[in-house]
Design a protein around this ligand. Structure first.
Ligand code: UGA
Length: 437
């Protein structure tokens, strides 16, 4: 298949490379010519394990090209919309400027029979709205919605062999044509057993919003349990293991800590609430406000626990934050709980040094007032408290003995409950986990 990918950020760049890997002829298009230059030169402009190697491999086949010109989408049979839908400034709703702009620009490059496939996370109703627009200009083309479920850090695997495909298509012949095109594109993973569900537009759009809402709710649920554990002396990690053994519940996404962040879960649940409000169904999603509140509370709690570890005052204390990315194996610092906590501590008078294997440049750009140190030992030197806030493997591996030689005072907050508290305490540290005694 000849495919164009509009938008080459996290989603689009991964999709472009993976579609070329599946054997298709792909052109990736983005208005950011720097990004296009990097990708053309075989450099991935963000950190995603496995992607640079795969980019090299598919560039060498000649099946993947990049361009800053929408005109180069001409000739493709299927066009994937992969642009971002960030939170609108000062509102909960999604900012649809990139989707609308990309779609309008694409209209000029469409040819009869083309299929336009939305992958961006959008408010329910978007696909139908774009389909109406398309019908005015190209009645013989069709819109489909095929939400993306990839996780950063596992993006290549999640794209090449996802849990499921969801196609939102219109009724009748146009829907069958869009389904056939997507089946052809994904023929390899489909032949290997990936399930695919065909639905109407609204259902497909809602699947994505519902999936991320469920994940966010699961995390906030266990963090709410952590709050209760903290006042009862119970241990949320054991509680999670125990309830997680019930197959109906499952252990995944039940890690209590400083909560969820990133470019997806926080803004997606807010956009979902905003859209439900517009549709008169806001009551159905009021629980998501609580999910959001519990999540934000975790960050404040981490600040208070740090203050407690330091004897009640942050003023002038040297704090080392291990991790800036919103999760390990990513350099993404969008709405990162770790950075948020680091900034709050700094504002309250502490001298904060942040270290991270991948995310320092992005973090410095967002919070230039914090100090950054790439070398882990250097970062820990003379600290009054260590805060493990992003569970990179190298931070899980730190030992109380080695760290004790570097720090000024043996205080550690384990914001992701990944260290063995008893080992640290036995080595003379004041160790604090989240929701653990
Ligand atoms: C999330 C979803 O998991 C993907 O399925 C979805 O496609 C993606 O959003 C998206 O909408 O594009 P991602 O943002 O990459 O993926 O990250 P997650 O692995 O979901 O983690 C989100 C946050 O939750 C991280 O800050 C992580 O540290 C936190 N988390 C995760 C917890 O605090 N506890 C857990 O048990 C799991």
């Amino acid at each position: 298949m000849h495919i164009s990918i509009i938008g080459c950020g996290y989603l689009g760049a991964v999709h472009a490379v993976c579609m070329a890997k599946l054997g298709h002829d792909v052109v990736g298009i983005d208005t950011d010519s720097w990004k296009i230059g990097e990708l053309q030169a075989g450099r991935v402009p963000f950190f995603e394990p496995g992607l640079p190697e795969l980019l090299d491999e598919v560039l060498a086949t000649g099946r993947l090209k990049f361009s800053p010109n929408m005109a180069d989408a001409k000739g493709a049979q299927v066009h994937f919309l992969c642009v971002g839908t960030p939170q609108r400034k000062g509102a909960y709703a999604a900012d649809m400027r990139h989707v609308d702009g990309a779609f309008t620009a694409l209209l000029g490059s469409l040819e009869p029979g083309n299929v336009v496939v939305g992958k961006s996370t959008v408010p329910v109703g978007t696909a139908a709205r774009l389909a109406e627009l398309l019908a005015d200009h190209h009645p013989d083309s069709v819109v489909a919605w095929n939400p993306e479920f990839l996780r950063e850090g596992f993006a290549v695997k999640d794209t090449l062999s996802p849990d499921r495909f969801v196609y939102g298509v219109p009724d009748g012949e146009p829907g069958a044509r869009a389904t056939a095109a997507l089946d052809e594109i994904y023929s390899t993973p489909l032949s290997l057993g990936t399930r695919r569900l065909v639905a109407d537009y609204a259902t497909a759009e809602l699947v994505k919003a519902a999936a991320n809402s469920f994940l966010a709710t699961k995390i906030s649920f266990i963090n709410a349990m952590a709050e209760v554990c903290e006042v009862t002396g119970a241990d949320v990690t054991v509680l999670a293991d125990a309830i997680g053994l019930d197959e109906r519940i499952g252990r995944k996404f039940l890690n209590a800590g400083i909560g969820f962040g990133g470019g997806c879960l926080p803004k997606d649940i807010r956009a979902f609430m905003a859209r439900a409000g517009e549709l008169g169904a806001d009551q159905a999603l009021t629980f998501l406000r609580e999910v959001d509140d519990i999540n934000v509370r975790r960050r404040m709690r981490a600040v208070e626990l740090t203050r407690g570890l330091l004897g009640g005052s942050l003023l002038g204390r040297r704090i080392t934050v291990l991790g800036a990315a919103f999760k390990p194996d990513s350099d993404d610092v969008r709405d990162s709980p770790a950075l948020n906590i680091a900034a709050q501590l700094q504002l309250q008078g502490a001298a904060v040094t942040v270290t991270d294997p991948r995310a320092i440049d992005g973090a410095r750009h967002r919070f230039p007032e914090l100090a950054y140190e790439r070398d882990l030992d250097e970062a820990m030197s003379d600290a009054d408290a260590l805060l493990l806030l992003t569970e990179w493997d190298e931070y899980r591996a730190i030992t109380p003995e080695r760290s004790a030689q570097l720090v000024r005072t043996r205080n550690i907050l384990d914001g992701r409950n990944v260290l063995d508290g008893s080992t640290w305490r036995a080595a003379g540290w004041s160790y604090k986990g989240i929701g653990t005694p």
